[in-house]
Design a protein around this ligand. Structure first.
Ligand SMILES: Cc1cc2nc3c(=O)[nH]c(=O)nc-3n(C[C@H](O)[C@H](O)[C@H](O)COP(=O)(O)O)c2cc1C
Length: 342
C-alpha cells in the first residue's frame, strides 16, 4: 500500500526508494520513536523508524510493530537498529521480528552494519539506510552494500560520533562529490529553507530528530515539550567528546544531569562507574519523558530546538516544512532575473 494525501512537491531518489511523498526521514529516537510517532510521520508523508532498542523484549517490540501497522493502515514504516558495540540487544532477533511483521525499511546507526545483517535485509527484499557522522564511514557503508546513507553533522541531537568539526551543510556538499548512493543529511534541520538547501547541495532528503520532539504524537510529558519549546540554539551541549569508551560524543539538552556530567569530566574523572548514576536510561525514560522532570537524565537534543515553537500535530509540522521549501524555491527563482516574469 502506498502513501496518499497532499501532492508530492519534491521527487528524489530517496522518496522513490522509500515510496514516500516528502523527502523527510524521522531518525530513530531512543524511548520516543514508538508506534504513535512513527505512524504520524508516515501518515504525514515522511518515513519514520521505530527504535528497536527501546523495547525490553522481542515480544513487546512485535506488539509495537503491530500497533504501528494498524495506525498506518498498512502503509509501510521503518525500524531503527542500533549496531553500536554499547548495546547488548540481540540485533538479529529484532531484525527477524521486524521482517516477519513485513517491515521493509531499516535505519542502522552505530558501527558499520555486519555483512550478515545487510544480507538478511536484502534477502527479504528490504532496504537499509545507514546513518553516519562522517562521509568516510558513509563510503565504507556504500562498499558494504547498504542502499542509502544518512550523513549527520556535528549539530545533530544524539550521537555525532567522532564528528565535532563538520556541520551538516559542509558534509552534505562533500557527499555530493564522493557518494554514489542516495543520501540524506541531518543535524540542525527544522525548516523548509534548510530542506531546500539540502536538496540544492545534492542530498535526496533530510533526517530530522530534534524539530519533531514536541509533536503532538510524541508520548512525552508536557513539561518536557515545554522545555524543548523554550530552548534556543545554544541550549544543547556535547558530553563525552572524544571519550570513545563512554560511547563518544553525545549532544543533549543542557540540563542539570548534562552539566553534572560535564563537571565530572572537567575534574578529570573517567570510567563508566563515575558516570553510571547519571546515564541510567530510566532517568530519561521515566524521570523526564514519563514524569516531566526535565533535569532528569541525558536527553538527546540539538540546536534545532530553536525551531520548535509549540506542540503541533506532526502533519502540520511536515506540511509547513514542505510549504516553506516550495516558497523558498520561488524566492530563489525571483532572485534570478532571467526567470522573473517581465
Ligand atoms: C531524543 C533523541 C533520541 C535519539 N535516539 C536515537 C537512537 O536511538 N538511534 C539513532 O540512530 N539516532 C537517535 N537520535 C538521532 C536522530 O535519529 C537523528 O539522527 C538526529 O536527531 C538528527 O539531528 P537533529 O536532532 O539535529 O534533527 C536521537 C535524537 C534525539 C533528538
Amino acid at each position: 500500500m502506498n502513501q496518499t494525501g497532499a501532492p508530492q512537491r519534491f521527487r528524489t531518489r530517496i522518496t522513490e526508494l522509500f515510496g514516500i511523498r516528502h523527502p523527510i526521514l524521522a531518525g530513530g529516537l531512543m524511548w520516543l520513536s514508538d508506534a504513535d510517532y512513527v505512524a504520524a510521520v508516515v501518515n504525514a508523508g515522511g518515513m519514520g523508524f521505530i527504535t528497536s532498542r527501546s523495547f525490553a523484549s522481542v515480544r513487546v517490540f512485535q506488539a509495537e510493530l503491530e500497533r504501528c501497522a494498524a495506525l498506518t493502515g498498512g502503509v509501510p514504516f521503518g525500524v531503527n537498529l542500533s549496531t553500536s558495540r554499547h548495546t547488548d540487544v540481540p540485533l538479529m532477533a529484532y531484525l527477524q521480528a521486524a521482517l516477519d511483521q513485513g517491515v521493509r525499511f531499516f535505519e542502522t546507526s552505530g558501527r558499520a552494519p555486519a555483512d550478515a545483517l545487510i544480507a538478511a535485509i536484502h534477502a527479504a527484499g528490504a532496504l537499509v539506510i545507514h546513518k553516519v557522522p562522517l562521509l568516510r564511514y558513509g563510503l565504507s557503508a556504500e562498499r558494504l552494500g547498504v542502499d542509502a546513507v544518512a550523513l549527520v553533522g556535528m549539530e545533530c541531537g544524539g550521537h555525532p560520533g567522532v564528528n565535532l568539526d563538520v556541520p551538516a551543510m559542509l558534509g552534505g556538499a562533500i557527499a555530493q562529490e564522493r557518494l554514489r548512493l542516495p543520501y540524506a543529511i541531518g543535524g540542525g534541520i527544522g525548516t523548509g529553507r534548510q530542506l531546500l538547501a539540502a536538496l540544492a547541495l545534492g542530498a535526496d532528503a533530510v533526517v530530522i530528530g530534534t524539530r519533531f520532539l514536541a509533536a503532538a504524537e510524541v508520548n512525552a510529558h508536557p513539561a518536557y515539550k515545554q522545555r524543548v519549546i523554550a530552548a534556543g540554539e545554544d541550549d544543547s551541549l556535547v558530553a563525552f567528546a572524544g571519550n570513545q569508551p563512554m560511547g563518544g560524543a553525545w549532544r543533549v539538552m543542557a540540563n542539570a544531569t548534562a552539566r553534572t556530567v560535564r563537571t565530572r569530566e572537567a575534574a578529570g574523572l573517567d570510567g563508566f562507574d563515575v558516570f553510571s548514576d547519571l546515564l541510567r536510561g530510566t532517568l530519561s525514560r521515566d524521570g523526564c519523558y514519563r514524569d516531566g522532570d526535565t533535569d532528569s537524565g541525558m536527553l538527546s537534543m540539538g540546536p534545532a530546538a530553536c525551531f520548535v515553537d509549540r506542540v503541533a500535530p506532526m502533519s502540520e509540522i511536515i506540511d509547513h516544512i514542505i510549504t516553506e521549501a516550495v516558497q523558498c524555491r520561488e524566492r530563489i527563482d525571483r532572485l534570478m532575473p532571467a526567470l522573473a516574469p517581465a
